[in-house]
Design a binder for this molecule. Structure first.
Ligand SMILES: Nc1ncnc2c1ncn2[C@@H]1O[C@H](COP(=O)(O)OP(=O)(O)O)[C@@H](O)[C@H]1O
Ligand SMILES: [Mg+2]
Length: 189
């Protein structure tokens, strides 16, 4: 589903990704582990087109997306869940989720996506009218993941450990795994 093929990335003279080659299939959940400054964030930014590759290619859902803009990749279902939550604190849970669906103009589909996220995270349904900034760190992280999951083939999650604690981290992975399985068995229309 997503395939890095001999991807090289530089920041100036700093050669950060060396022939990165990896293939992740639909329904798989993969953790990218590495030392500080190894290039994990750079790999994810490159997947989304937030950083250009120097050479190599990136395929997503059968298509070479290497030269597509970030928003074109997002439209195809490649989503980055931001590091450190980054929810809109003054907006409610529902408003935050709707912002994740902003590229959809079909209202029925938006409602289906909202329901899907609320089924996955009942805690968010209970708090749907609450301002995101007044929720706990772990709940905000759920919201950041839910916002990315609204409509996606391949959520690309960044570190989920900021203040959320080990239990939340484990749960985040459970949710991602569950979402991955659901998408795999029941591909979005
Ligand atoms: N915007 C940038 N400009 C210049 N160098 C950067 C930039 N972002 C990251 N780097 C460098 O690229 C290397 C990899 O960083 P990063 O991908 O953030 O590592 P990780 O997420 O694995 O800790 C580091 O040496 C870092 O200093
Ligand atoms: Mg990083």
């Amino acid at each position: 589903m997503i395939e890095f093929d001999r991807v090289n990335v530089h920041y100036g003279k700093n050669h950060v990704l060396h022939d990165l080659t990896a293939k992740i299939e639909a329904g798989e959940v993969v953790a990218l582990i590495g030392a500080n400054a190894a290039g994990k964030t750079t790999a994810l930014r490159t997947a989304l087109g937030l950083k250009n590759l120097s050479s190599g290619s990136l395929r997503f859902a059968g298509e070479d997306v290497s030269s597509l803009s970030t928003h074109e990749r997002v439209e195809r279902g490649l989503i980055l869940v931001p590091e450190g939550r980054q929810v809109f604190v003054k907006f409610t849970v529902t408003e935050n989720l709707l912002m994740g669906a902003y590229h959809r103009n079909d209202r029925n589909k938006v409602q289906v996506e909202l329901d899907h996220v609320y089924d996955l995270f009942p805690r968010l349904r209970e708090r749907k009218s609450q301002k995101a900034g007044s929720m706990s760190g772990g709940e905000q992280q759920m919201l950041a993941i839910g916002r990315g999951l609204g409509k996606t083939e391949m959520p690309v999650a960044r570190r989920t450990d900021n203040g959320a604690g080990t239990n939340h981290r484990a749960r985040d992975f459970d949710h991602l795994r569950q979402a991955g399985r659901q998408r795999h068995n029941d591909p979005p229309g």
